[in-house]
Design a protein around this ligand. Sequence first.
Ligand code: PEP
Ligand code: MG
Length: 537
Amino acid sequence: MILEGKSVFGGIAIGRLSVYQKKDKQVKRHKVEDTAAEVARFTEAKEKAKKQLAQFYEKALKEVGEVNAMIFEVHQMMLDDLDYIESVVNMIETQNINAEFAVATTGDNFSKMFAAMDDEYMRERAADVKDISNRVISILHGADNGGMTGDEPVILLAEDLAPSETVQLDKTKVLAFVTRYGSTNSHTAILARTMNIPALIGVEFLKDVDGKYGIVDGYTGKFIIDPEEAVLSEYRVKKEEDENKKRLLQELKGKENVTLDGTKINLYANIGSVADVASALSNDAGGIGLFRSEFLYLESGDYPTEEAQFAAYKAVAENMAGRKVIIRTLDIGADKQVDYFNMEKEENPAMGYRAIRICLDRPEIFKTQLRAIYRASYYGTISIMFPMIISVKEVRRIKEIIAEVKQELSAKKIPYKDCEIGIMIETPAAAMISDLLAEEVDFFSVGTNDLTQYTLAIDRQNPKLDDFYDAHHEAVLRMLKMVVENGHKGGCWVGICGELGADTSLTETFLKMGFDELSVSPSMILKVREAIRNTRL
Ligand code: PEP
Ligand code: MG
């Protein structure tokens, strides 16, 4: 069977299909007769959860260091807590209820109890006990790891994948994404590009394909289920050719980003986690042009602490060994929803309470992040960038908050460096007043994903509008030109960190406009380098 979709990242994948199961957050109560069997189910799930946590600990130790990894040890210990176990077992035995409900209720009770305690450390455990309970419940539901239970990497099929779901997947087990919904410019599509795996959207796949064999052609948008042997061998050849092409690009490693007539440009990588630094480095990124720090918040069950953030930023700065690392401060809202922020439902979330607006409204969250970034600045070359700016007033307020943070650190004799300060130009307002904004900051980075969305009044999340979302629209290109000119006049360097930066049909245009930097998904760096090196201005 051949289905058609829209490609959001090229490449060929061949493998078994796995239908992603959403984690069912609703836990229903029902009666059980055999309570001993139910207790055994709980014990087995608890042990499995501990094993998972031990694996997470090892993974986190390598990726984010011991301080951050410790939490997984704490979680393992909590699962062995006798009061916790006794409460679950008691409920099952005395009320004849299912294990899921007993775990959920115990989790709620313990979490409330911790939250009411005097001690700050104990209060923080409230989120942890909820987290471990949810883990056990997922295992009881048979949906741990999003339904990917085997060791074999799979082609993952889903109705849609939220960014928070995508970041939690075990990336080594995903060969390709195929979704029914989603749009080319959504963050899930961006993550697929970062992960360097083929991805299709808009595919009307059937439900009963789990476990079948399939092929994803990220170049033509074809999704083939149960291919015949002849088709399979044809695609095996295509896959090898594709890999050869990618290997040829590898020869560009270590080469300069320079045009045939000598114009140079910086080529940096966009990342969403500490783990992505590996692919930025292996693709020869000159720096990190956009670290989407909100993914730290999306991955976490509660506000990430200053320590956890510090460790992540420090790890990125150290791993990049002195090369520039631009950290974008928290940009949640719209499609990036974080449960524990408890945000009200909005009519127009893309134009709502998001990004810098939340940070200026809730300075305690903002200051925690800025403190972590400044502390990490000591260990490398960090620049800070602010999302969704619309006015000079916002930038001035940010600078006041930064001054407070620096003063606090100095008072405590905590070392930090002075960081370059920049803003994202991703609203038409910022583009139109870029001459004024240039007086306030050191650099601009154009977020073409949002700039296009707001300029054309097209929701980047709405797949129905993909055909109208014209990133080459003259209005967008004129703004880009204007932003570079105004930025340079005001002494700023100017880059692009939106997806358009990787569009090689525009590389020459960007170079002619005078951009100083392009920041793209790690998997696109060598391709863009190739385009730069083939350009004559
Ligand atoms: C953008 O809007 O272009 C951008 C880079 O930020 P994000 O895609 O994370 O909104
Ligand atoms: Mg944006």
